[in-house]
Design a protein around this ligand. Sequence first.
Ligand SMILES: Cc1cc2nc3c(=O)[nH]c(=O)nc-3n(C[C@H](O)[C@H](O)[C@H](O)COP(=O)(O)OP(=O)(O)OC[C@H]3O[C@@H](n4cnc5c(N)ncnc54)[C@H](O)[C@@H]3O)c2cc1C
Length: 168
Amino acid sequence: MLGDEAIDVDWLVVAAGLGSTPLTTQLAKSIDVRPVLGQALQLKLANPLGHREFQPVITGDDIHLVPIGDGEYWVGATVEFPNQMGEVIAQAELLEKVRQDAIAFCPALADATIIRTWSGVRPRPEGIAAPIIGHLEGYNNVLLATGHYRNGVLLAPATALAIREIIL
Ligand SMILES: Cc1cc2nc3c(=O)[nH]c(=O)nc-3n(C[C@H](O)[C@H](O)[C@H](O)COP(=O)(O)OP(=O)(O)OC[C@H]3O[C@@H](n4cnc5c(N)ncnc54)[C@H](O)[C@@H]3O)c2cc1C
């Protein structure tokens, strides 16, 4: 269904992140995908770290420092699970811990200005490994390409190839 309109399709690929749960519930085979919040910081330094011409992504203790040019860096991210009510509420102290952990392995960041903060929710499958790729149980033309949790950007091309392979 698209709104109130029913559309005939050969295949249906559910790639709706957290929306995959209500969509599959409508198909009477609910898959449980839950939100895990991530907060990140955009920092600006007067001068770029290290060599101006060599600005790699730096990772330490699960903290990622991503150069975006002009002395600016993304630093992230928190990993915040839902509370008992199923709500995910951003905790400022966890974002500050990410900043402090980044400063611990890159002390120059202590002088950086925070110019932006950002948060998003990662779709994490409950009780099974991420991601969920394959047929929705009980359907031969409904595919799941969802629940990528922390690696949805990285795995997007491989997911597309896997889905293409099933369809072909
Ligand atoms: C702070 C943070 C850092 C991250 N870092 C990385 C990283 O470094 N590397 C990495 O690989 N991944 C990272 N991720 C994870 C990555 O963002 C997710 O895994 C990825 O976004 C999942 O992609 P998706 O398309 O499956 O779902 P989503 O990005 O959630 O997209 C689902 C889409 O479906 C739409 N939708 C929902 N319901 C419906 C409906 N009923 N009808 C139509 N559309 C619908 C939604 O509006 C949304 O646009 C990070 C996430 C966060 C929050």
